[in-house]
Design a protein. Structure first.
Length: 547
């Protein structure tokens, strides 16, 4: 396991120095010492661990993975190394690779608390198995009741599930050990906001911001966002808006890589394509089947984020004959090929039946890859931003039905700006009010033109009408989808409580119907004023009151 050109005594001294630096969490020194040792011909897994820990500290996760893999080559059965490789995979978004590595680590040592903690972290990061993540964290604590990471993980999951008694209890447990633990204070503040203890939450969050230089930028962003919520709860809307603006400025810095993305030009290109398209130019594919004869009905649920798609999906999912896939991308490859450039859009117009069948095959394979079996069911694919993919959907799945969610454009844009959505290529635009409003305008243009010019079976559902009379609205939707209304759909909140919901709207849905989000924009009318001219045409078109 250790080869060297230096003398054995010197090599052992080098390794001990590296180990001491790692124990002191001085990863820069540990990495420098490791590099020097490697240059002298010493080979040992701890040297690559040291290089990997420093790379991870600097955010160079690909390099960290390479160094941990080098350590694994020297010691293939070290659970620590396997767990560290798993974390690197997780940081790079490869959750399947991470879980496979953790399974191997647990096979070697099933009672290692750190490995169970790492499994919980990966599942929490993936976002679709919070119950599994919680079970892994709890197992870590069973093995090591003092495992701070597992305590913190359970605290974060309790917040995401809006289990506020557990969030408070777990946060208090962490704070008893580490009084300044930022994650625990954030969780406690979130619980206080939920319980309308807005002044206490504000004080806690401002104290945290007093230590801003010692906090990571992403943590500062979360704190500022919660501060905005605490101020909103006190009806101090101007200050709340300023806090959310500061939060989003931090997020823009964190995700600056999205600034030069081609997302907005691609959306503009799709809108321009539809604007010049004559309906008679559209050629439907010869085979109008969905590509999966076993599915009873194929439904795409879309609109714009924060328009009520999660509520609709959860109500539908309460029906015994409906199965849904929530915000999982199954058309990524086809989208990149046909929707990102004018040349791709031209290719879409002349797509062959062979290409269509291949794209369908990949789509259904992706659906099943997420553990969903749509056979014999009404299958609901819910992705709000699939609105921009309507031309692709019309080509690939001409027999599918489109359920289009609407909500007052002013409430939508304000909510996207304020509600701490996960930042992606598309949602980067939400970090400024102007960017969000302009993206909304383009996406709604695509939606309107697609419904007017493409052969789509579409039902438009206003969120406000659904909240006002759920049964009437859902009976109309059920008739559109070819299923019968059931009383279980009225009791959707009970079903939602036992489901993992990826969307930020999940906790609201679990509380059942409410009017809390309706007309919120009026409280922020002064701050919304600059973007109202962009939104007013849609306000008028969708029939919402002007003022």
């Amino acid at each position: 396991m250790m080869l060297m050109t230096a003398t054995p005594a010197n090599a052992q001294q080098m390794l001990q120095s590296v180990a001491d630096a790692i124990l002191a969490a001085d990863f820069a020194r540990a990495s420098d010492l490791a590099a020097a040792s490697l240059a002298r011909g010493v080979r040992h897994p701890i040297l690559h661990k040291a290089r990997a820990l420093r790379a991870d500290q600097l955010g160079r996760h690909g390099e960290a993975l390479r160094q941990f893999e080098e350590a694994r080559r020297l010691d293939p059965n070290d659970p620590y190394i396997l767990g560290a490789i798993a974390v690197s995979h997780g940081r790079l978004g490869d959750h399947a690779g991470a879980l496979a590595m953790l399974d191997a680590a647990l096979a070697l040592d099933p009672d290692r608390a750190e490995t169970h903690y790492q499994r919980g972290w990966v599942l929490e990061s993936r976002g679709d198995d919070l119950k599994g993540a919680r079970a892994s964290y709890r197992r870590a604590l069973e093995i090591n009741p003092a495992h701070l990471g597992a305590m913190s993980g359970l605290t974060a999951i309790a917040v995401r599930l809006q289990d506020w008694p557990e969030a408070r209890a777990r946060a208090a447990q962490v704070l008893e050990r580490v009084p300044g633990h930022a994650t625990a204070h954030v969780a406690m503040a979130a619980a206080e906001i939920e319980d309308k203890e807005f002044i206490a939450a504000e004080a806690r969050l401002r104290k945290l911001l007093g230590n801003a230089p010692s906090l990571a930028l992403n943590v500062r962003a979360v704190i500022k966002g919660l501060l905005g919520d605490a101020l909103d709860g006190q009806d101090r809307t101007a200050e709340a808006f300023a806090a959310h603006t500061a939060e989003n400025e931090d997020e823009r810095e964190l995700h600056a890589r999205f600034k030069q993305s081609d997302a907005v030009p691609a959306v503009n290109a799709i809108a321009e394509f539809l604007e010049t398209l004559a309906p008679q130019q559209w050629r439907a594919p010869i085979d109008g089947k969905t590509g999966n004869d076993a599915v009873q009905q194929h439904v795409f649920l879309m609109g714009f984020p924060r328009s009520g798609t999660t509520l609709l999906e959860q109500i539908l999912a309460s029906h015994p004959n409906v199965v849904g896939l929530e915000e999982r991308e199954c058309m990524a490859e086809a989208g990149r090929r046909y929707l990102t450039t004018p040349a791709g859009l031209a290719q879409l117009m002349n797509i062959s039946d062979v290409e269509i069948l291949e794209a369908r095959r990949k789509y259904w394979n992706a659906v099943r890859g997420y553990g969903i079996e749509p056979g014999g069911k009404v299958f609901v694919d819910k992705v709000p931003m699939h609105t921009i993919k309507l031309p692709l959907i019309a080509k690939l799945f001409p027999n599918a039905k489109i359920l289009f969610a609407l909500r007052d454009p002013r409430d939508v844009v304000l909510s996207c700006f304020r509600r701490h959505l996960e930042v992606s290529v598309a949602t980067y635009e939400f970090l400024t009010l102007d960017g969000c409003a302009r993206l909304y305008d383009r996406v709604m243009t695509i939606g309107a033109l697609s419904r007017a010019k493409l052969p789509l079976a579409c039902h438009v559902q206003r969120h406000e009408d659904l909240v006002a009379d759920l049964e009437a609205a859902m009976k109309t939707i059920c008739a559109f989808l070819g299923i019968a209304w059931t009383e279980a759909m009225a009791d959707f909140a009970r079903v939602a409580k036992v489901r993992d919901i990826r969307s930020l709207s999940g906790p609201q849905v679990r509380r059942g119907l409410n009017r809390d989000g309706i007309d919120q924009w009026r409280r922020y009318a002064a701050q919304m004023a600059p973007v109202l001219p962009i939104l007013e045409p849609w306000v008028e078109r969708f029939g919402y009151p002007a003022a």
